[in-house]
Design a protein around this ligand. Sequence first.
Ligand code: GDP
Length: 702
Amino acid sequence: LMHLTRKLIEIRSMLLSIDQSDALKLPSIAVIGSQSSGKSSVLEAIVGHEFLPKGNNMVTRRPIELTLIHTPAKDGKLPVEYGEFPGLGLGKIRDFTDIQRTLTDLNLAVPASEAVSNDPIDLRIYSPNVPDLTLIDLPGYVQISSLDQPETLKEKIAGLCEKYIREPNIILAVCAADVDLANSPALRASRKVDPLGLRTIGVITKMDLVPAEQGAGILSGNRYPLHLGYVGVVAKSHGKRSNSDTGLVAQRGEKDYFGSNKEVFGSQSSLMVGTDTLRRRLMEVLESSMASSLHGITNAVQLELEEATYQFKVQYNDRRISPESYVAETMDSLKLRFKDFTQQFRRPVIRAKLKGMLEDKVMDVLEQLYWLDKRAPELGVLGSDPKLKPEDVEPYWRHKLEAASSLLTKSGVGRDSTLLVADGLRSLIDSIAAGEPFNFHPRAAERLTEFSHMILRDRIGVTSDQVENCIKPFKYDVEVEPREWETGRERAVQLFENEVSMCEQKLQEIKKKVGGGRRLNGLIGYVKSMEEKQKERSLKFADRSDGEQQGEVEEQPVESYRYPPAQLSDARYAMMYSDRIGVLKLRLMALKSKRCRAGPQSEVFCPEAFLNVVADKLAYTSAMFINIELLDQFFYQFPREIDSRLLYDLDRKEIVEFARENPVVRRHLDLQERKDKLEEVMKQLNSLSTLRADPQPAPRRH
Ligand code: GDP
């Protein structure tokens, strides 16, 4: 029989870890009583140690799930007593004052504003001096709410206790002998859920504070009959409170008391007195209660197991996973995805990207040196003269070309091209870190971006220096082959045509915005006339020696009100775009002319073609060295860093935590664990049926 309770206590805590629903609960003993009724003293007497928090302000703020495990003597030697908090991982605690301190800390951790918490503390005590029992210590009922306790405290405590005194639990109602039972909050609460007193056991403390006859009267239970009876105790510890042998001292006091009142308590054999009796009584009651729950719980577990098995089949096709396998898969898929992405960084792709960047630079250089130059149209006219030899062109144009070429080659190509590629890598990593499954793992994502950015930082300086070094020759001299020239020229034509159509589109947009071509022309005419006037005016100003300007000041506002300022600015943009189109069209004609087609000797006439060839060469060289210095290094290091930095140093607990960050994996693991645990419980329950060949004896009375 002993064995059965022991097993059932084990099964009970397994069931608690599966879920907290009432359906899967084996009974425990819920200990209730008002503050100062002697509840703690009773529990400590049962355990034989002082271990519960003491203090003036309410000390039990969380339920304590107290599991007592009897450890039998081995080879005539008594095993060491110890306690354990399975939820905290503190290991075995041999010193009961440490247990007391831990419980106090856990209680004090409940914010004062909440006062009590529903979250139970799991405490196990292993000792040769305890019976196999499970008890739940609950906050004591308070009579009056004091000032520093919240208004609702009374209800909160009552609600919490109510949850624990439901079926199938046994209720241990602690009442002090010197308080009228009619006023006992514990008995009142018990009667609400167990009106017939079938699963309530009364404990009358402080028997020494009332006359023996009166005490015996309470224990007889005539006034408030309880099926499981009353046990009278004297649990007060005499003398040293902090001594860990309190239990023994208290027990002696109790024995003395009942011993010296033998004539009252000994004569009626049905009266139960003393802590030993209480212990035995609790064991019997728990045993028989558990035994009678056995059938029901077995059925409930069977149902839950069937459901879990079915769900596991339907949802996951019986596929088992482990946190470890998830971690390994995550890293593998990361490497795989990364490998896919590296395709975006093949050399031709990089070269095209760099070329794009350099073409923008070419256009900037052209704008700066040619398009804004008032003499720009001359160049086309010069180029169309077949008799003019390149060497006869004014030195002005030759200098211009040299300036343009050096502006391009000295524009920081090494740094810009390296950063362009590095930014590409960075945003690639950022997109991996932001996507599944790393969106579920913010800390891992942070690590991932951190170490990849670090690799990049390490390489950027070296790479941009190397690239800059290798394009150095182009800063002095660029040799152009006829085939390169032709490609450059064609590309320039293409770029200009694109630019023209872009400008035309912008013009079109402005036209639409201001309300048609005619209106735009009107605006432009107006802006031009304003500019003319402005010019005249500044000439006049320049002529005048003194500041006689009233005439003009009066004129100005009248004129400005004709059009809204936003439209005037649109008109100015429109003028800029059409000027630009004009220049570009002229240059396009030149680029398509015989002169330009002739080859590299025409470079003075066709700077656009020449600069495009330079850009091409720069892109080619940069791409080559970026590939060696940056990409190859990065692609080599990255997978290695994943192995050695990403999830390498996780212990079992962290691996589980990591896996559970992903909600899909968490659900899978939860169901899998639930099924496993239910299977295990079912196995244990089945093994019990062999132990339970005999029917359980009915609860006895002493
Ligand atoms: P709790 O608040 O219900 O946990 O009550 P305690 O166990 O802390 O007891 C409250 C007070 O009653 C303490 O001062 C105890 O020493 C005292 N006390 C507890 N049991 C007995 C007893 O059997 N006899 C006497 N005389 N005092 C007791």
